[in-house]
Design a protein around this ligand. Structure first.
Ligand code: ADP
Ligand code: ZN
Length: 753
């Protein structure tokens, strides 16, 4: 037998298989990880077995596989196929795609299975004879401890851990060792799985679905039975989407299938995870970035070894090693976190579509605010649209009041809270309810500048302003971590007019304390959630009513279902509106709609106050009217007119280096070549050359980062049937013409900074 092995080293020269002989008596299958001698020195390296044959290769010199790394195959046939697709679609070497499928620490054996020492009575021997051997002629024990252990094991009749025995019989270890030596007790050793949960949850039964819910579920189930289909479940906040997901998953588990449930960021959605745990108990595994290496490895193995039917997790859980997948669900499908920002730059939705095709499974995309491109596909008929226009039990959507902060300012109110918000907060506390105050920022204030000359404090290594952190009384750069004290005088004009701009969560908290002494607040932002369980703990104490107000940034906008909350205050709605990105309106609309959706989810109706300096902006107007379709019509007309995605596609090629002139020269040349090649390709295909809408080379918006200059080529292509052929040409060109300063190529770049 011979195996085709791909070496686990990421290099374009090694992006092929090497033939190895399988030694006599070694069981190797496709999907095994193996250790093989590699290179001139035959250094042992890890690799993946991609195929096996009986044909001896032409080479005379074939080395032998040294060993298999795990007793089981780490990759299924389906995952191998998925990895091939990823390497083609996102243009990466195959090994990088394969690595997505396994926990990182598996490589290089950086994580071990956890075993506990357990023992049993020797089942082969006669208990009576064994016991007698422990007694002296007069019937007294030779060793009291040994006899006690023997009796304990006989009574329980089961395997026991040595530490359990010691807790019954203190200091029993030497006696256990003697019993093992005598062959009376056998050592077993048992593997245990580290579990990533804190606390237990109560068992939970499925709810009786409402009419709209059960129609939605029926439609999804028709897709399950047909073995395919992509559904967009567009349901307003609180319409009961999560209940539909859980019952859909239940159906496929009952039918012997498995399911994947993706959530944007698991640390931010502990409630969703708890709901799934309550419903599926031991049948689920949870995968996310905050797990320890051991927990991650063990959860992955529980899935791989077939012990669970449901994997819940963030983006990378789309690769969960389940077999026989029947359903994949992507909750809050509009979230950016589904796009990977490192190579391979995959999008979880695209991967899920491929996995569903390979498994004949159905895909459900859920959101109250679908991304424009997803909704566009649903309207075109590529995805099936399911709509839930009402909240559960016909609970009303919260009433939204938009406050113009300009008039507030002109009428003399310089405070963070408008009079309306102040009044609504008072009413909320009078009724004994809870409020959420949402702020689209981090830190105390966004930037610090001099009122005298306009000097803004910037990071010395990055082209961005630094942020003031009140707790440490220091300026910090959020891109590289540089920090500096705030000077008393402006370094530019030497005047003492340093001013802090913008509002931060800490400032809101202080204002709350001033205006409503005695009202307890909790703050949830980057600074208060550094530790592993911080989110969960803050959220639990809010749910338990230990505070009346939760103040937070983006991380409180999604997924929270807290019955006591009747008021949501959007303290500053505009922050994300003027970011120079074509998606800024869409993001602002989504954010405000989502955070407003946290109010009034129980019996008492909710209220939302949105404070803004641009009350007439369509994103704010449509969000306050809960009008997704209106926003979609408006925004897609804008995008069509400007030929922005989904009507076009952006590609950004980034160059970084210490010498800006060199970057400019290099990028200029590459840009020229690309322009020429793309036009040639379009002509060859008989397509219209205007499909190449734009290719420009210029400094990146953030011109310097961590001391290096940044220069970019921005390409904009009309989205047509030719787009993927053009991208392949682009990749092929860069493969051959890679330059020293070429940093990355991004298709659909996330943040374009
Ligand atoms: P969404 O995911 O659309 O925001 P959820 O699934 O969180 O909505 O449902 C909102 C609230 O309504 C939750 O508290 C949930 O327990 C409750 N709920 C959902 N479906 C039902 C139902 N069929 N009957 C009663 N309550 C329900
Ligand atoms: Zn910096």
């Amino acid at each position: 037998m011979f195996a085709q092995v791909i070496i686990d080293i990421s290099h374009s020269k090694l992006d092929r298989t090497f033939t190895y002989a399988v030694p006599e008596g070694m069981s190797v299958q496709r999907g095994h990880r193996v250790l093989v001698p590699f290179g001139r020195g035959s250094k042992p390296v890890e690799g993946f077995v991609l195929s096996l044959t009986n044909e001896p290769p032409q080479d005379v010199m074939v080395k032998q596989i040294l060993k298999t790394m795990e007793p089981y195959t780490v990759l299924s046939d389906e995952q191998l196929e998925l990895a091939l697709w990823i390497s083609r679609s996102y243009h990466c070497v195959l090994v990088e795609a394969l690595r997505l499928m396994i926990p990182a620490q598996l490589r290089g054996s950086r994580v071990k299975e956890k075993r506990v020492r357990t023992v049993i009575l020797n089942p082969q021997a006669d208990p009576k004879i064994m016991r007698e051997s422990l007694l002296k002629k007069d019937g007294s024990p030779r060793s009291a401890a040994q006899l006690e252990i023997f009796d304990l094991l006989q009574r329980t009749g089961a395997e026991m851990t040595v530490s359990d025995i010691v807790s019954y019989i203190p200091g029993a270890q030497p006696a256990v060792a003697s019993l093992i030596k005598k062959g009376i007790v056998l050592e077993k050793g048992r593997e245990i799985f580290r579990r990533p949960y804190s606390g237990s949850v109560l068992q939970d039964e499925p709810l009786e679905l409402t009419g709209p819910q059960s129609r939605a579920l029926d439609t999804i189930c028709s897709g399950l039975n047909a073995g395919s289909g992509v559904f967009l479940l567009h349901g307003v906040t609180g319409s009961g989407k999560t209940e539909i997901y859980m019952q859909g998953i239940k159906k496929c588990v009952n039918a012997g299938g498995t399911a994947i449930m993706l959530v944007p960021e698991i640390a931010l959605t502990p409630q969703t995870v708890d709901r799934f745990r309550a419903r599926f108990g031991e049948k689920i595994a949870v995968l996310h970035s905050r797990l320890s290496a051991g927990e991650r490895y063990d959860e992955w193995r529980r899935i791989r070894l077939g012990r669970v039917s449901v994997a819940v997790g963030a983006r990378s859980a789309v690769f969960a090693p389940l077999s026989n997948i029947k359903l994949i669900i992507i909750d809050e499908e509009h979230e950016n976190s589904y796009q990977s920002e490192s190579v391979p730059r995959y999008h979880a939705m695209e991967v899920a579509i491929k996995r569903c095709a390979l498994n004949k499974a159905a895909l459900v995309l859920g959101s109250a605010t679908p991304s424009l491109s997803t909704y566009h596909k649903a309207l075109k008929g590529s995805f099936r649209l399911i709509e839930l226009n009402e909240r559960i039990m016909s609970r009303p959507l919260p009433k939204v009041e938009v406050v113009d902060m300009r008039t507030e300012f002109l009428s003399g109110n310089l405070a963070i809270f408008s009079r309306v918000l102040h009044k609504r907060l008072q009413e909320c506390f009078d009724e004994g309810k809870q409020a959420i105050l949402f702020l689209n920022r981090r830190g105390y204030s966004t930037f610090v500048s001099c009122r005298g000359c306009g000097y803004v404090f910037k990071c010395p290594d990055c082209d961005v302003s630094m942020t003031y952190h009140k707790a440490e009384k220091r300026l910090k750069c959020h891109y590289c971590g540089n920090s500096a004290p705030v000077p008393e005088v402006c370094p530019e004009c030497r005047q003492r007019y340093i001013k802090y701009f913008g509002i931060g969560t800490q400032q809101v908290e202080e204002q709350m304390k001033e205006l409503f002494p005695g009202i307890k607040t909790l703050r949830m932002d980057m600074d208060t959630t550094r530790t592993k369980n911080a989110h969960n703990e803050l959220l639990s104490s809010f749910i338990e009513g230990k505070a009346q107000v939760l103040i937070g940034t983006q991380m409180i906008a999604k997924g929270l279902d807290i019955p006591g909350v009747t008021l949501v205050g959007v303290v500053a709605a505009d922050a994300s509106l003027y970011i120079p990105d074509y998606r800024s309106s869409e993001r602002t609309f989504q954010l405000i709609t989502q955070v407003a959706g946290r109010a009034g989810r129980d019996d008492s109706p909710g209220r939302v106050v949105v404070q803004t300096y641009s009350p007439d902006h369509p994103a704010i107007q449509y969000a306050s009217g809960h009008d997704y379709k209106g926003f979609y019509r408006f925004e897609s007309a804008q995008r069509r007119a400007a030929l922005f995605p989904p009507y076009s596609l952006f590609v950004r090629i980034l160059f970084t280096g210490p010498d800006e002139a060199e970057l400019e020269h290099e990028a200029g040349k590459v840009n020229e070549d690309i322009g020429r090649i793309m036009l040639e390709t379009l002509r060859e295909m008989g397509a219209d050359p205007v499909e190449m809408l734009l290719n420009v080379s210029s400094p990146a918006p953030m011109r310097r980062r961590q001391g290096l200059f940044r220069h970019q080529i921005l390409i904009k292509l009309l989205r047509t049937k030719n787009t993927s052929a053009l991208l392949l040409k682009l990749y092929a060109y860069l493969d051959v013409n890679s330059t020293a300063n070429l940093y990355s190529l991004e298709v659909n770049p996330g943040e374009m900074i």
